[in-house]
Structures are given as structure tokens and as C-alpha cells.
Design a protein around this ligand. Structure first.
Ligand SMILES: *[C@@H]1O[C@H](CO)[C@@H](O)[C@H](O)[C@H]1NC(C)=O
Ligand SMILES: *[C@@H]1O[C@H](CO)[C@@H](O)[C@H](O)[C@H]1NC(C)=O
Ligand SMILES: *[C@@H]1O[C@H](CO)[C@@H](O)[C@H](O)[C@H]1NC(C)=O
Ligand SMILES: *[C@@H]1O[C@H](CO)[C@@H](O)[C@H](O)[C@H]1NC(C)=O
Ligand SMILES: *[C@@H]1O[C@H](CO)[C@@H](O)[C@H](O)[C@H]1NC(C)=O
Ligand SMILES: *[C@@H]1O[C@H](CO)[C@@H](O)[C@H](O)[C@H]1NC(C)=O
Ligand SMILES: *[C@@H]1O[C@H](CO)[C@@H](O)[C@H](O)[C@H]1NC(C)=O
Ligand SMILES: *[C@@H]1O[C@H](CO)[C@@H](O)[C@H](O)[C@H]1NC(C)=O
Ligand SMILES: CC(=O)N[C@H]1CO[C@H](CO)[C@@H](O)[C@@H]1O
Length: 655
């Protein structure tokens, strides 16, 4: 009913039938009209309609302004902060989510190429909005600094990251004082053009069993690579068909230039940022291209972006600590936590002695090995018949190393799996492996597809000038198309890390088709990383990080010298998600006050232990039937939550 009245009022207002004095005319918008004049982002309060206008739109600003919805009840407000709410103003003391966009050149190096990229930009403004004709008392203003976010990938959505985390981020780094901004990098998600090369997610899914097979599962690695290679070839060819030469303009240096445009549009003399994972690669590149614009930038889960200039470098540079996280973390911490917290720590039968680390590792390896010969059938109510293979399970295990919060769920699923009950595992793999979500109603298949192809396109653009095999005339005789070399790389990577090697290999394998399909990437940064910066950056690297090993943070620190400090964060998972009060204090002093730690390296330890986070705070223990909660439903809930979050960070990983 309310909706119908609203629509009627809007139509009358739009068609000009109502004069300001008419009783039917809406009262003037209490917070004034949006976008505000001279706002480079043209921010509107976010509603479900505020996605950037199409590139083909001849009058995008007009289309955009028409999306302004004057009803504050439809806007996305932040949560009320302590005792700020007021009886007569339910929005007082609440931050506001603002949606806008920024047009930037597609090709920064060619002024005669008029094509643009339209970046989706969202901001959480902590001070909320000021009403017109009222002294806002500081409301509705941008903060002195804005914390700019990037979640990584390549391909992670900064707008999604903002929606998930902005209120936590401003609290975490600035005590709620600074605004937070997230943008979808060129090609990603809501930015235009968006770099998907399949019409729907389900179309992509149907190839992923073929194109992501694990090395150890393959009876003929060379034959398997020929299949995967043909799919990669077809995928890049489709990208070219749909997007022409756009993939040449997606490299990290152009993303860094976009970031500089965002800083300029914010009107801030220096950039404040929290850049994570691959985002640290953007940050290193940015800092050295725009050294005078560097403010308080945290690079968390640190890469060494130089590695990405080399063929396959994005893959092999990540392999150090994935199996350490598995062995010292997932398994050892399980045993240390005991059967009360970890289902795998339960002896197989009550009379047997306590589980040892060696036993447990052997048990799981036996299970994995058996899957190589015999993939297991399964059934789930949502997707019907299902299959658990070595490849899909190993890929999910690697994903789980990104967040120790997934471990109790995974341990429960493995322990049921060991007893031949495949239900929970199949449901968890559904969520880790596929883009198409069978639990959603059918129109989901017609949704805009995820921009997953972007991941390989960025990785390949960054290494576009690395020579491809065969490297010598002699090689050319034995390996004319170079595929034997790739087979050797694959084998080496999985030998170094059975858990990470396959995922990482398939990240880089498409690159053999990049230049032959699109031509050379434009604008890559090939300079040093030791420029003198206006302000040192703060690196955070984790001892058990399965994607960005500490070694890379140290190599970057060595090159950056006095222009960086490093926090060595002892903990599990990717980036500093294994919370440490010590790390938190350093990060906040850095962002809020610009305080740089004295020592080149500072060591911090995580506060809690996996399987026992929040111990003593009434947490629910998975695998126990206490608390009235179904343990497997709870395991699935946590797993899904974490996987949804991790997909944002590393969209190309779980396939
Ligand atoms: C620059 O852009 C123009 C117009 O699209 C194009 O004709 C020209 O080839 C481009 N130059 C380079 C070096 O790519
Ligand atoms: C905001 O409030 C909702 C509902 O009370 C709560 O679920 C959510 O966690 C809060 N978000 C933040 C960032 O505090
Ligand atoms: C990709 O496939 C097309 C069509 O089969 C073929 O012409 C082309 O040579 C392939 N490219 C490479 C690099 O293998
Ligand atoms: C990470 O890997 C490096 C290289 O293999 C190794 O020296 C280091 O001890 C590992 N870290 C942990 C915490 O296991
Ligand atoms: C076996 O595990 C139980 C429960 O974790 C523990 O209380 C007991 O001390 C352990 N026994 C041995 C011999 O380690
Ligand atoms: C794989 O490792 C072997 C042995 O170290 C080495 O000879 C070979 O060149 C490596 N292959 C690649 C592609 O790096
Ligand atoms: C950066 O490193 C390069 C190569 O190691 C060196 O030649 C150059 O002098 C360094 N620049 C600065 C500013 O330290
Ligand atoms: C198998 O596991 C599922 C999910 O954990 C559970 O609901 C079901 O009862 C189990 N089946 C048997 C036969 O134990
Ligand atoms: C336009 C678009 O694709 N938006 C998506 C951005 O990412 C979020 C989170 O994955 C999706 O919910 C949006 O649909």
C-alpha cells in the first residue's frame, strides 16, 4: 500500500502536475538534493538503483541524477553509534553509504583514444548527512582523510568489501573518525566495462572440472594441459570477441593510476589506504609511480610485485607456507585443541588411544589418495547427484587455509567423510567450487555473471613481456608449442606445495595466450620499488599466510628500505585476520596519527588459537550437539560465510 502511494506521488512530481503549494507535492528533501554541485564522484545516497549508468548512455549525468531517491527511508544508513540516536531524528549519529562513479581514461598513454572506464565508487561517510536549514554540527562533511580500500584478487570488488566492512574498518583504524571508500577496479563487478567473458556463471562452471584438474589426479598431465589450454584459448578468444582490445588496458599500473585519480577527486593531498593481498601490489606500484602522493598506506598480506613481471611469477611466489599452515595449523592446532573443539581429534573408536599428529596426517592423506582412484558419489537436496574428487577437495582445503575460522567446519566435514558420510562435504564443496548457486531461484541464472576472467587478464597483462617457451631452438624441437615446459612448471609447483600448487598454476597458465590474442599490454610499470616516498608505508606479513608468504614482505622491505616498516604477524590465515591486539595498535596509530614503528620489523602474535577463538565467551563448539544447534548446519553456515568473504579477496582461487 505504502509503495503504491509513493509511486503515485513520484509520478505526479515527475510530470510536473503538482505545484509546490499542492497538497500532493512531496516536501522538499530534508537533506537537500543529490548529487551536490562540484562533487567529482556525483555521490547519491545508495539505494538498490545506484549502479553507474551505461557507457553508451549519451547523457550519463542526467540519468544518474534521476536515480536520486529523496526518501531517506530508502537510503543505506550506518548503524547508530553509542547514545547518539535521538527521538526526533532516527538518522542522527549514523553514517551514510554514498554511491557514485568516476570516469577515467581507458588508455592513460594515448590522448587520442577517447574511450573511458567508468569506476563504481562507494563511500561510507562517518558523519552522516546534514539537514538543510539546520546547523549540522559537523554532520554531512567528509572527514579529513578517507581510508581507501582494496581487497585484492586481482578482481576483488572494493564496493562489496566496503559494504561488508566499512563500519568495522573506520572503527579499527581510526576509532570511527575517517570515512572509508571502496571502488571496483577497472573491469571488476559494477565498474564498466565489466570483464566477464561467459554470459552466465553456470556456463563457466561447466568447464571447471575439466580445466582445474589437480596434477596428482591426472594420469597424463600433458593431455590434461591440452584440454585446459584449449578452454583457456576459447575463453580469451571470447573475451576478444566481446571486449575487443580492452584486456590490454587492465594491468596493475593503470589500476594505480585510477587510484591516483580517486585521490585527486577526494581532494586529499596524500592517499590513506588499507590495501590487502593483490591490493598490496597495487599499493607498491602506486607508491613508486606517485611517491609524493603517499600518505598513510597499509599493505596487509604483502606480495612482492616484482615477481609478477615474470612468467608464472604470480603463481610460484605464493607457494612457501600453504603446507605449513596445513600441517602446523589445521592439523596440529586441531590436536592441541582436542576432541571437544575439533572433530578430527576424536579417536576413531572410543577404545583407541589419543590421536597423534602423524596418525591424523596419514589418515587424511589416505583419504585423499583414495579419492584419486575413486571419486566419491554424493547427494545434496539442492544440487542433486554430486561428486567429490581429489581436485575439488584439495582446492577447498587450500581455500580453507585463508581463514582459520573455517577449520572447525572443515574438520567436521572430513571426519564425517572418513566415516563414508559425504553429505556435509558435498554441500561445502558446492559452495567452494561453483559460481552458480543452486539454492537461489531460477532467475539467478540470468544475473550478470561474475567478472572472473579479469583475474587472469590482469595477471597476464603484468607479465605480458616475459618470453614464452620454447626458449631455445633446441627446446623448439622437443617442445614446439611450449606445453611440455608448462607441464614441468605444474609438476614443480605441486611438488613444492600439494595444497597450493594446482590453484596457483591455473592462475598463470592462461598467460600463454594473452599477447597472441590481444597484443601487448599497455603502460606496465617496470621501475624500481625504492623511490623516496612522502611518508613510509606499513607492511604487514603473516608467518602462515598461504598466499602471501612472509618471505615476500621481507624482500619488499629490503628493496623499499627506509620507505617502509614491516609488522611480522605470527598467526594463521591470509592477511591479518587472525586478530592481534599488538598489530591492531600499530595499525591504528599509523592511520590515525601517522606514527611509524621505530624498528624496521616489529613482531606481533595473534591473540587466540584456531578452534578455540573466543574460548570462555560461550562460543558454540562444532561437532557437539549441545546448545540445540545442529552441528553440521552450523558448520555449513560458518563455511559459507567465510567462503563468501574470501571470494571477494581472491575470486579466481576457488575453481
Ligand atoms: C591511440 O588511439 C587512437 C584512437 O583510438 C588509435 O588510432 C591509435 O592507434 C592509438 N595509438 C596507440 C599507440 O595505440
Ligand atoms: C549493525 O547492526 C546490525 C543489527 O543490529 C548488526 O547485525 C550488525 O552487525 C551491525 N553492524 C556493525 C558494523 O556494527
Ligand atoms: C587458439 O585456437 C585457435 C582456434 O583453434 C587457433 O587458431 C589458435 O592458434 C590458438 N591459439 C594458440 C595460441 O594456441
Ligand atoms: C614459510 O616458508 C619458508 C620457506 O619455505 C620457511 O623458511 C618458513 O619457516 C615457513 N614459515 C613457517 C611459519 O612455517
Ligand atoms: C588424551 O586426551 C584427553 C582429552 O583431550 C586428555 O585429557 C588426556 O590427557 C590425553 N591422554 C594422553 C595420554 O595424552
Ligand atoms: C622444474 O624443476 C626441475 C628440477 O629442479 C628443473 O630442471 C626445471 O627447469 C623446472 N621446470 C620449470 C618449468 O621451472
Ligand atoms: C634504487 O635501486 C636501484 C637499483 O638497485 C639503484 O640504482 C637506485 O640508486 C636506487 N634508488 C634509490 C632512490 O635508492
Ligand atoms: C550424514 O551427515 C549429515 C550432515 O552432516 C547428517 O545430517 C546425516 O544424519 C548423516 N547421515 C548418517 C547416516 O549419519
Ligand atoms: C553489478 C554487479 O555485478 N554487482 C555485484 C558486485 O558484487 C556484489 C557482491 O558479490 C554483488 O552482489 C553484486 O551483484
Amino acid at each position: 500500500m505504502l509503495l503504491i502511494i509513493g509511486v503515485t506521488a513520484l509520478i505526479i512530481w515527475r510530470f510536473g502536475n503538482a505545484t509546490p503549494s499542492s497538497p500532493l507535492s512531496p516536501s522538499p528533501p530534508p537533506y537537500g538534493k543529490f548529487p551536490k554541485p562540484n562533487d567529482p564522484f556525483q555521490f547519491l545516497p545508495c539505494t538498490s538503483e545506484t549502479l553507474p549508468p551505461a557507457l553508451e548512455d549519451p547523457n550519463p549525468e542526467k540519468t544518474w541524477a534521476a536515480k536520486f531517491d529523496p526518501d531517506p527511508g530508502h537510503w543505506s544508513w550506518g548503524n547508530a553509534t553509542t547514545n547518539s540516536a535521538s527521538e526526533h531524528d532516527e538518522y542522527q549519529g549514523r553514517g551514510i553509504y554514498l554511491c557514485g562513479y568516476l570516469d577515467v581514461p581507458l588508455d592513460y598513454t594515448n590522448a587520442s583514444d577517447g574511450r573511458i572506464v567508468r569506476l563504481a565508487v562507494n563511500k561510507f561517510q562517518v558523519s552522516g548527512l546534514a539537514k538543510v536549514n539546520e546547523d549540522g554540527g559537523g554532520r554531512g562533511r567528509k572527514s579529513e582523510r578517507t581510508i581507501v580500500l582494496n581487497p585484492g584478487g586481482p578482481g576483488g570488488s572494493g564496493t562489496s568489501y566496503l559494504w561488508r566492512g566499512a563500519e568495522g574498518v573506520t572503527e579499527r583504524f581510526s576509532g570511527g573518525v575517517f570515512d572509508v571508500l571502496g571502488w571496483d577496479p577497472r573491469g571488476v563487478n559494477a565498474s564498466l566495462p565489466s570483464m566477464a567473458c561467459f554470459p552466465a556463471d553456470a556456463d563457466r562452471d561447466r568447464y571447471s572440472l575439466l580445466s582445474n584438474q589437480a596434477h596428482d589426479e591426472s594420469t597424463s598431465p600433458l593431455a590434461q594441459l591440452r584440454v585446459a589450454d584449449a578452454i583457456n584459448n576459447a575463453t580469451f578468444a571470447a573475451c576478444k570477441e566481446i571486449h575487443g582490445d580492452l584486456p590490454r588496458f587492465l594491468g596493475t599500473a593503470f589500476v594505480a593510476r585510477d587510484l591516483e585519480q580517486i585521490r585527486i577527486a577526494l581532494g586529499e593531498p596524500e592517499l590513506t589506504g588499507y590495501l590487502v593481498s593483490y591490493g598490496t601490489g597495487i599499493g607498491q606500484t602506486y607508491a613508486n609511480m606517485f611517491p609524493n602522493s603517499v600518505g598513510r598506506i597499509i599493505l596487509d598480506g604483502t606480495e612482492y610485485v616484482r615477481d609478477h613481471r615474470l612468467l608464472g611469477g604470480f603463481g610460484w611466489t605464493a607457494l612457501d607456507n600453504g603446507t605449513d599452515a596445513w600441517h602446523d595449523g589445521f592439523l596440529s592446532e586441531c590436536i592441541a585443541a582436542g576432541p571437544e573443539h575439533c572433530a578430527l581429534a576424536k579417536p576413531l573408536n572410543p577404545s583407541s588411544k589419543n590421536v597423534t599428529l602423524e596418525d591424523l596426517q596419514n589418515r587424511i592423506f589416505t583419504l585423499l589418495d583414495s579419492l584419486i582412484a575413486n571419486p566419491l558419489p554424493a547427494y545434496t537436496t539442492h544440487s542433486g547427484p554430486s561428486l567429490i574428487t581429489y581436485s575439488t577437495l584439495v582446492s577447498a582445503l587450500y581455500g580453507a587455509m585463508y581463514s582459520a575460522l573455517t577449520w572447525p567446519s572443515l574438520a567436521l566435514a572430513l571426519s564425517e567423510f572418513e566415516k563414508q558420510n559425504t553429505t556435509l562435504m558435498a554441500r561445502m564443496l558446492d559452495r567452494a567450487e561453483w559460481e552458480y548457486d543452486p539454492t537461489l531461484p531460477c532467475p539467478a541464472t540470468r544475473r550478470k555473471p561474475h567478472t572472473d576472467e579479469l583475474t587472469a587478464l590482469v595477471i597476464c597483462a603484468d607479465s605480458h613481456d616475459a618470453p614464452l617457451p620454447p626458449f631455445t631452438p633446441k627446446d623448439a624441437q622437443t617442445d614446439p608449442d611450449g606445453l611440455r615446459w608448462w607441464t614441468s612448471l605444474w609438476k614443480n609447483m605441486t611438488a613444492q606445495s600439494w595444497i597450493a600448487g594446482d590453484s596457483r598454476f591455473y592462475n598463470v597458465f592462461p598467460c600463454r595466450h594473452y599477447t597472441s590474442t590481444f597484443g601487448a599490454a599497455v603502460g606496465a610499470y617496470r621501475g624500481d620499488l625504492n623511490h623516496t616516498l612522502a611518508h613510509p608505508v606499513l607492511l604487514v606479513a603473516e608467518t602462515y599466510d598461504p598466499a602471501t608468504p612472509l618471505r615476500n614482505g621481507r624482500r619488499l622491505l629490503a628493496e623499499m628500505g627506509e620507505n617502509a616498516r614491516l609488522v611480522v604477524h605470527h598467526g594463521y590465515g591470509h592477511s591479518s585476520r587472525d586478530t592481534s591486539a599488538c598489530t591492531e595498535r600499530i595499525l591504528r596509530e599509523f592511520v590515525l596519527e601517522g606514527v611509524v614503528p621505530e624498528g624496521r620489523e616489529t613482531e606481533c602474535w595473534a591473540d587466540g588459537k584456531p578452534y578455540r577463538y573466543g574460548e570462555g565467551e560461550g562460543e558454540v563448539v562444532l561437532g557437539e550437539s549441545g546448545g540445540g544447534l545442529d552441528p553440521s548446519a552450523e558448520a555449513l553456515r560458518v563455511w559459507r560465510e567465510e567462503m563468501a568473504e574470501l571470494r571477494g579477496v581472491q575470486p579466481g582461487l576457488f575453481r
